[in-house]
Design a protein around this ligand. Sequence first.
Ligand code: GRF
Length: 227
Amino acid sequence: MASDPPDKSPPLAVAVLISGSGSNLQALIDAQQAGELPIDIRVVISNRADAYGLTRAANAGIETKVLSHKGFPSRAEYDQALAALLREFDPGLVVLAGFMRILTPELVARFHGRMFNIHPSLLPKYPGLHTHQRALDAGDAEHGATVHFVTDELDGGPRVLQARVPVLPGDDAERLAARVLEQEHRIYPLAVRWFATGRLRLDHAGRVLLDGRVLTEPADLADIARD
Ligand code: GRF
């Protein structure tokens, strides 16, 4: 990670959206505080007031906002309010980190090529919920997590980076989820770092470019670790 050339440009303004524990948010905060991630997390927004991630953000001195979906008559109106809130912070990247809401196409379009999600499966396998149980039920030998750009297709945007874990004898969904989450905490800061340092982008054709090369398959953490 430390091998990138020094970068004099200002840190990338980031907004992180959460609904729960915020352990992926914590991984970003930790990497930023360790000097490994040139980002400025300007705001953490939660749709739930009781999300523990808000405490993590406050502990790190990051501004927090709660925008509850309750009381909004429609998804479109909630997302308009969310877009207005995001605009106040002018993020160059929006990071979905366990934000448990489906976004409208209008909001997604506003941040096209500037919004990441992390999903606990080896996409395109198992978009949606209950990914760990589904991998177990299918008898998969491996499982994992994926960072991808967000598009209108739920968990279907261009994939950037994956990490794999073996499914072990005796695994249940909880144990498997914990093993996957550890890897999430490695790949999310890395993908954000690539974006923040200008190494990663989505081109007009919707292809992922890393260091100027088209990724036909997502990068695999195991290959990077070997570099
Ligand atoms: C993670 O498993 C992530 O992949 C999924 O939601 C979970 C969020 O966990 N999108 P945390 O709130 O970051 O701890």
